[in-house]
Design a protein around this ligand. Sequence first.
Ligand SMILES: Nc1ncnc2c1ncn2[C@@H]1O[C@H](COP(=O)(O)OP(=O)(O)OP(=O)(O)O)[C@@H](O)[C@H]1O
Ligand SMILES: [Mg+2]
Length: 274
Amino acid sequence: MTGVVEPPEASRLAHPDVPAAQLDHVMVVLAGRAILNDISLEVIPGEFVAVLGSNGAGKSTLLKALLGLVRPVAGSIRVAGRSPVQARSDVGYCPQVRTLDRETPLRARDLVGMGLDGHRWGLGGMSRRERDAAIEQVLAQVDALAFAEAPAGRLSGGEQQRLAIAQALLTRPRLLLLDEPLSSLDVRSQREVVALVDRLRRQLHMAVLFVTHGINPLLAVIDRVCYLAGGRAAIGSVDEVIQSDVLSRLYGSPIEVIRAAGRIFVASDEETHE
Ligand SMILES: Nc1ncnc2c1ncn2[C@@H]1O[C@H](COP(=O)(O)OP(=O)(O)OP(=O)(O)O)[C@@H](O)[C@H]1O
Ligand SMILES: [Mg+2]
């Protein structure tokens, strides 16, 4: 890395058409097993992609590969035109399952601010005032100003999820990675989080990879799905991918897709899920 650091706005304006994420024949092996096997995917700026698949399919691993936390043994990954490690400040990440201790003394605002600490855009390069303004901006972006002073651990799951998204927005990412942000939320909060992410990706022209077990809350907003099974991926629109023949081929066993009342159910011998 050179000592010259481009501010995120400048790099965004200089390369508006660079894909937010590119995976080219990527293979990731963990503990001797190919978790991702020959995955190719290009995500354009502002695109909303749902990442689907059963437990253990490799959804979180895909996000970690884009973060540079796991390295592929074959193929290549680019994020905003750079290696995942070089592109860290272009990526916002909400990891899977974060429940706060109910007694945490942190206020919502302090919790979000922790996203700046230790970051290269963090306190080192920022005045107190710039830091406060950055936190205020992301709290406003996720409609969290009303509870910014509340003890974070006492907030609802949906409110905590909005704070996690606010934290991920601090570096003005070009790619937002959300790992099961809907788990443990009720239907109304799920709807709110999906609408929020949809609005943000349009306002900020930010690509989103949204890991979920249920596709139905996302049907109105997603551009494409990336369905993972057995290390492989089926990628395309909902209508292209969520089909009995496509998923049966992907799983290597019979899968039936049922569409009813505007919802989609995926049934195998073992389970039926949304
Ligand atoms: N660090 C690791 N070392 C070895 N195996 C791992 C490691 N991380 C993940 N795995 C294995 O890789 C597979 C994929 O894990 P991953 O967490 O990506 O699945 P997932 O699709 O996110 O599942 P879930 O829906 O349960 O979150 C699993 O079988 C998991 O046990
Ligand atoms: Mg996971």
